[in-house]
Ligand binder design. Structure first.
Ligand SMILES: *[C@@H]1O[C@H](CO)[C@@H](O)[C@H](O)[C@H]1NC(C)=O
Ligand SMILES: *[C@@H]1O[C@H](CO)[C@@H](O)[C@H](O)[C@H]1NC(C)=O
Ligand SMILES: *[C@@H]1O[C@H](CO)[C@@H](O)[C@H](O)[C@H]1NC(C)=O
Ligand SMILES: *[C@@H]1O[C@H](CO)[C@@H](O)[C@H](O)[C@H]1NC(C)=O
Ligand SMILES: *[C@@H]1O[C@H](CO)[C@@H](O)[C@H](O)[C@H]1NC(C)=O
Ligand SMILES: *[C@@H]1O[C@H](CO)[C@@H](O)[C@H](O)[C@H]1NC(C)=O
Ligand SMILES: *[C@@H]1O[C@H](CO)[C@@H](O)[C@H](O)[C@H]1NC(C)=O
Ligand SMILES: *[C@@H]1O[C@H](CO)[C@@H](O)[C@H](O)[C@H]1NC(C)=O
Length: 431
């Protein structure tokens, strides 16, 4: 052990210096140093393996002897070949397999077989004024390289979230001493409560599957001489619908209420995350009755065609594989904001009202003039508000449902409409 550790710690160049230190400390040093770059060498079956060895000494030498021995656990060391000066004496049993070119002590093994796995011992003897001796041991492993792995999923048709399980199996045709690792989106898969691996890690079991398990999976297989990753596969996981939303191209959305200007046609769009894609249906609610008005993700509502000022709709998303559905209710309010506040044309007003009106008009005009001077942009907006075309106003009146638009004057606040029945509907059938 002491000898080995010492040999490992010295490099070929500083070794002599260190040896001198050891010589002083221990009072004995061979003056001969044998160094191997690596004490473990991984070889590929069928190929040549080169075991490099370096040695050096500082003494006059008449003979240099190099001996290679091979040992396997629990067996006697076997003589492979040896040399004195430049002449090699092989063991006749292995003479075509091992090659050495003395004084170079490195050994070439060709071809390498599984039976060549074990420890190789090199011993160097230098004979001069006395005999110096040193040895090193190299562990050699022999492996077949890994062929590209293939990942199989079971079931191949996919699994439904929270219901189905999935097993990924990594298959490798050739290779020895395989170590498997699973990668998801390029990062190692860490064991979670929902997944487990076989002892060799060549299968990954996910039970039950969830939406979070969706990703690009691959299997990385390593051994001492190679490392190959499979193609990525994306297991099919059916899920959803999630995050059902209704949006419109126009109009103002506050919570579940869309405020739409009269005369506009509005396109509503229903979307939810789901695999496979949802089927959508649109349901209109009138009092206690509901009926399906359209299938598909879009619904166009022409505000002129809406008889009332408000209309309730439901968008229903259904995933025909998971068998799950979600629905969202929303209210459309047809509005004519600001128009109903204008005085009605052609309606007779009392003289007092006229005078008050004219006075107010003058005061407001003065104020506006002052304001205009100070903040010119304000006026532009004001003009826009007051200068709405009369046709717009007439339209608004037709739909207001009142004889006098002044009845509608006030501050409006729209809130989500409660369900008419007051009971939340469970399992409403999506048409
Ligand atoms: C090895 O070489 C040395 C000098 O080069 C020589 O003195 C010695 O006799 C040789 N030994 C053998 C066994 O040939
Ligand atoms: C030993 O021989 C190999 C080639 O067979 C060569 O690469 C290596 O450098 C040699 N070592 C020494 C110490 O000459
Ligand atoms: C041989 O070694 C002895 C003691 O180890 C020493 O006295 C002697 O000088 C050495 N001879 C030569 C030629 O190095
Ligand atoms: C999924 O795995 C769980 C636990 O391993 C098991 O109880 C369940 O029956 C499996 N489901 C299917 C559909 O195989
Ligand atoms: C299997 O994988 C786990 C975690 O990735 C790892 O800790 C374990 O050593 C692996 N087992 C084998 C036999 O490679
Ligand atoms: C999986 O790979 C595909 C194609 O390479 C890519 O479009 C997709 O975004 C990847 N998915 C993830 C979750 O990285
Ligand atoms: C709606 O149904 C409730 C009971 O389910 C009933 O009391 C109410 O009169 C119905 N309203 C209309 C307008 O049909
Ligand atoms: C689910 O709906 C799609 C159309 O969105 C259809 O192509 C598919 O066949 C349906 N699958 C099942 C199992 O009903």
């Amino acid at each position: 052990m002491g000898q080995d550790a010492f040999m490992e710690s010295v490099s070929s160049t500083v070794g002599v210096f260190q040896c001198k230190i050891y010589l002083l400390l221990l009072g004995a040093c061979s003056g001969l140093k044998v160094v191997v770059p690596s004490h473990t060498v991984h070889g590929i079956r069928g190929q040549a393996l080169y075991l490099p060895v370096h040695y050096g000494f500082h003494t006059l030498a008449s003979d240099i002897q190099i001996i290679w021995l091979f040992e396997r656990p629990h067996t006697m060391p076997k003589y492979l070949l040896g040399s004195v000066n430049k002449s090699v004496v092989p063991d006749l049993e292995y003479q075509h397999k091992f090659t050495m070119m003395p004084p170079n002590a490195s050994l070439l093994i060709n071809p390498l077989q599984f039976t060549d796995e074990g420890n190789y011992i090199v011993k160097v003897n230098v004979h001069g004024n006395g005999t110096l001796s040193a040895s090193q041991k190299i562990q050699v492993t022999v492996d077949d390289p890994v062929t590209k792995p293939v990942v199989q999923t079971q079931p191949s048709s996919g699994a439904v979230e929270y219901v189905g399980n999935m097993t990924l199996t990594c298959l490798v045709e050739e290779g020895t001493r395989l170590v498997y690792q699973w990668l998801k989106n390029g990062r190692p898969v860490h064991p979670r409560s929902t997944n487990s691996s076989s002892p060799q890690n060549n299968t990954l079991h996910i039970a039950p599957v969830t939406r979070e398990d969706i990703g690009n999976y691959s299997c990385l297989v390593k051994n001492p001489v190679s490392e190959v990753e499979s193609d990525t596969i994306m297991p099919t996981i059916y899920y959803g619908p999630y995050g059902l939303r209704v949006n419109s191209d126009k109009g103002l959305k506050v919570g579940e209420v869309f405020t739409v200007d009269i005369g506009e046609a509005v396109l509503f769009d229903c979307s939810a995350d789901s695999y496979p894609p949802n089927t959508y249906s649109w349901i209109q609610r009138t009092d206690n009755t509901t009926y399906v008005i359209k299938h598909g993700p879009h619904l166009e509502v022409a505000s002129e065609k809406v008889a009332q000022k408000t209309a309730d709709y439901v968008c229903c998303a259904y995933n025909n594989v998971t068998g799950r559905q979600d629905e969202t209710r929303f209210t459309v309010i047809i509005t004519s904001v600001g128009l109903e506040k204008l005085p009605q044309k052609g309606k007779s007003l009392s003289p007092l009202a006229s005078i008050t009106g004219i006075s107010l008009f003058l005061i407001i005009s003065m104020c506006l003039l002052l304001l205009w001077k100070k903040y010119q942009p304000y006026k532009v907006i004001k003009q826009k508000l007051e200068g709405r075309p009369e046709t717009d106003y007439r339209k608004a009146r037709t739909f207001s449902g009142h004889e006098d638009a002044l009845d509608d004057f006030g501050i409006y606040e729209f809130v989500a409409f409660p369900d008419a029945s007051g009971v939340p509907r469970v399992g409403f059938p999506c048409g």
